[in-house]
Design a binder for this molecule. Structure first.
Ligand code: BG6
Length: 494
């Protein structure tokens, strides 16, 4: 791996503290960072190098999956911290970028490393454009090595703003240089989806509408709006989760990959899925999309207030905190297989999973009742992303002998081992390598926004009723009805 300088905007912020520093540290301990690397942290606060190093140390003590306890580990941590420098920067001030350029160049010279620069924008999206512009105009982006830009969602607020942002970023970085983080793509089980399919012809063979009855993608959360009222009330579940994380999961699941596919193949296949996703029309949105908002209720016995009573949320808000949808992919593999997606806040439990329900041969004949009586359930392939990680195949089994009923049996294909790399580690490591397989590419982002656009409009025009649901439930009952109409139900709701 080539020696690199990480230029981290937002070094004093929350994301850096919770995710980026622990991820970098774990990569360092695992020997997955370049041998020579330097981190230049930037922020508005008047911090010194020591203050940054001190804070990075604290973030590791609090948030890292590995702590530095033994003397040897302490030594390793100190070595890691010594790579950090701090520079005060006002994102709009050209002079500050000149200062930054001098610091970066000095460090490159001191360490004898090439000018490979990874610009990580851990800041609000309102700063993306200015920073990208200044990186170019100050000469920071004119390197003798490579340069890359890492940004986090949201990538735009709708199709028009996403296009506008992309145009601005493209003036300073090419598409190959932009790494858009969608942290769901870094989750270990999502990364295994691709591998499992590639390595197992048996799964590939079953990955079609011939055998699959429906697909269910769930991301239920127990948390409410937390301290993000300002952001969340303008985003809602549709922009915050559905347009990005949920559609990315759908793409990763729906692609068919030969074993030798490259990141370009993945990109092309994902684009293909989005292009095949049947678009919604103003008239069809209401029958396919359920829009919800939480009322008061209780989560695990603790009373919680309604969304409209949350601090900072206007009492008359119509924002969505829940969304469920029925989608169709009109291609050779998936035609006729409904894909149900749901996500929301203040639901009964935290659970993120993908369920593939296989067709029930017995059900197709006139033997449905017999199947039910005998205890046979459909075969399921379940990808659990949270709270536990695992991949299981549900089969039916029965003790030998007369009279017994069938019972579901789970074949465990993967269980979480403690201390496996977390999403940010996987993604940052790939950004160092320049491998964009598990990042959101512009085509996908644009097509996702285009797909949700009619929903955004229909919400705005009040063409989709806002269904209130009790906090601590599984969402509005209309979300269950969406599946019931097709003869299905959400798996694992009790
Ligand atoms: C973020 C959203 O992208 O993902 C949050 O902005 C949400 O609202 C979070 O809570 C969920 O992530 P995870 O990894 O906890 O499922």
């Amino acid at each position: 791996m080539e020696a690199t300088t990480i230029v981290l905007f937002g070094a004093t912020g929350d994301l850096a503290k919770r995710k980026i520093y622990p991820a970098l540290y774990n990569l360092f301990v695992d020997g997955k960072l370049p041998k020579a690397f330097s981190v230049v942290g930037l922020g508005r606060r008047e911090w010194s190098d020591e203050k940054l190093q001190d804070n990075v140390g604290k973030s590791i003590a609090e948030f890292s999956r590995r702590k530095a306890v033994s003397e040897e580990e302490q030594g390793k941590l100190n070595e890691f911290l010594a790579a950090f420098r701090y520079c005060v920067l006002d994102v709009g001030n050209e002079e500050d970028y000149k200062k930054l350029l001098t610091l970066v160049e000095n460090r490159e010279e001191e360490l004898g490393i090439p000018q490979n620069r990874l610009f990580y924008l851990s800041v609000g999206p309102e700063f993306f454009e200015t920073i990208a512009f200044r990186i170019k105009s100050s000469g920071l982006g004119t390197t003798k090595g490579w340069k890359r830009l890492v940004i986090e969602k949201p990538f735009g607020h709708d199709l028009a703003t996403a296009r506008d942002l992309n145009e601005k970023l493209s003036a300073a970085f090419s598409e190959e240089e932009i790494f858009r983080i969608d942290h769901y793509l870094g989750k270990p089980v999502v990364q295994k989806l691709e591998m499992l399919q590639q390595a197992n012809p048996v799964l590939q063979a079953f990955w079609t509408n011939r055998y699959i009855a429906n697909v269910q993608i769930t991301a239920n959360e127990t948390v409410g709006v937390e301290e993000r009222a300002g952001y969340y009330d303008k985003s809602g579940a549709l922009r915050d989760m559905f347009q990005n994380h949920m559609l990315q999961l759908l793409m990763m699941l729906a692609i068919h990959l030969p074993s030798d596919s490259t990141s370009e193949d993945v990109r092309a296949k994902k684009k293909g899925v989005m292009e095949a996703l049947v678009p919604l029309q103003a008239e069809t949105v209401a029958s396919r999309i359920i829009r919800g908002q939480y009322k008061d209720g209780a989560i695990k016995g603790e009373p919680v207030v309604a969304y409209t009573a949350e601090p900072g949320i206007p009492a008359d808000t119509r924002n969505d905190t829940f969304i469920a949808g029925k989608l169709e992919i009109d291609n050779y593999f998936w035609r006729g297989v409904p894909v149900y997606i749901r996500t929301g806040k203040r639901l009964k439990e935290k659970s993120t999973r993908i369920v593939i329900e296989f067709k029930e041969p017995l059900k197709q004949a006139s033997q449905a009742a017999q199947a039910k009586e005998s205890g046979i359930v459909p075969n399921l392939l379940v990808f659990e992303l949270a709270p536990n990680e695992g991949i299981t195949l549900q089969l039916n089994t029965r003790e030998p002998g007369a009279g017994g009923v069938f019972k579901p049996m789970n074949v465990d294909l993967h269980t979480h081992r403690d201390n496996t790399a977390e999403a940010y580690e996987n993604l940052i490591h790939d950004a160092f390598l320049g491998d964009s397989t598990f990042f959101a590419h512009w085509d996908e982002v644009e097509l996702s926004w285009a797909w949700v656009e009619p929903i955004l409009k229909a919400f705005e025009n009040e063409q989709v009723p806002l269904r209130l649901y009790e906090a601590g439930s599984y969402g509005p009952k209309e979300s269950d009805e969406l599946l019931a109409e097709d003869g299905f139900h959400w798996w694992f709701d009790d």
